[in-house]
Design a protein around this ligand. Structure first.
Ligand code: DGL
Length: 278
């Protein structure tokens, strides 16, 4: 079971920021990445539809023989994680819990900001997870704010563009008008880690929580607990990742390189008709 791949899925390219963290932490593992780019975005869709799509992505990954599934999409994690966990017999890692735990550890002021898609914010998954993890201690206040324009700006490669800076300032001033003592900000969408340098410049005293980083650690712990880590090799090969997309947009290779930091040579197209019947 050790050398079986880890399955990672997202609505499109955003989950590549999570894959990057997984590769950084576990370079000896192999991966199957499924991006549902034909049906992106998930963040604007109803919870019911996201649950349906997430279930189909999960089924596809299971058919590839994966030993663990990473739901590398905050929106899908927010609305579909319990259902996915109940339906499969491999460990499942979502984006919410690891980031919520990191935010709790980080905050001193007890004021936590969360930014994400409308779907994630409306689900209230972060405040609920933070509350649950906090137990009976005085509850921190969670201020959530949807930043939908960040997704297309990141995909356009406008990482440090004046327009992105303007949009970020506007979003953040609304978020911080709720509390100016927010000291921890969860980047609750897999596209947002690419904006870390910009957000850090705008919020130098706020700790930014990158979900992928913490989810990768949880994935590693779960693999160790199940005794399914791939043994470390002394030779660092090129990353072993199978990239599968439900649509291969012409800009994918350029965008993927921005997210991953390395080029993607082969991409398999998996039609959504295939996902619908698996
Ligand atoms: N990957 C999604 C997330 O993390 C953002 C893109 C989308 O709306 O599908 O929520």
């Amino acid at each position: 079971m050790n050398t079986r791949p880890i399955g990672v899925f997202d609505s499109g390219v955003g989950g590549l920021s999570v894959l990057r963290e997984l590769l950084r932490l576990m370079p000896d593992e192999s991966y199957v990445y499924l991006g549902d780019s034909a049906r992106v975005p998930y963040g604007t869709k109803s919870a019911e539809t996201v649950r349906l799509f997430a279930g189909q992505c999960t089924r596809f990954l299971l058919d590839q023989g994966v030993k663990l599934i990473v739901v590398a999409c905050n929106t899908a994690s927010a609305v579909a994680l319990d259902e996915i966990r109940a339906a499969v017999d491999v460990p499942v890692v979502g984006m919410i819990e690891p980031a919520a735990a990191a935010a709790l550890r980080s905050t001193r002021s007890g004021q936590i900001g969360v930014i994400g898609t409308r779907g994630t914010v409306n689900s209230r998954a972060y405040p609920v997870a933070i509350q649950a993890l906090n137990g009976s201690a005085p509850a921190p206040t969670v201020h959530s704010f949807a930043c939908p324009l960040f997704v297309p700006l990141v995909e356009e490669g406008w990482i440090d563009h004046p327009a992105t800076r303007l949009v970020a300032k506007d979003y953040l001033s609304e978020l911080f008008s709720a509390s100016d003592t927010i000291d921890t900000l969860v980047l609750g969408c897999t596209h947002y880690p690419l904006l870390k340098p910009l957000l850090h410049a705008l919020l130098p005293n706020v700790r930014l929580i990158d979900c992928g980083e913490y989810a990768a650690h949880v994935a590693q712990t779960l693999l160790a607990q199940h005794d399914t880590l791939t043994p470390q090799t002394t030779h660092a090969d090129a990353p072993r990742v199978r990239f599968c997309l439900t649509d291969v947009p012409p800009a994918f290779v350029a965008i993927a390189e921005r997210f991953l930091g390395f080029g993607v040579a082969d991409v398999e197209r998996v039609g959504i008709d295939h996902l619908e019947i698996t």
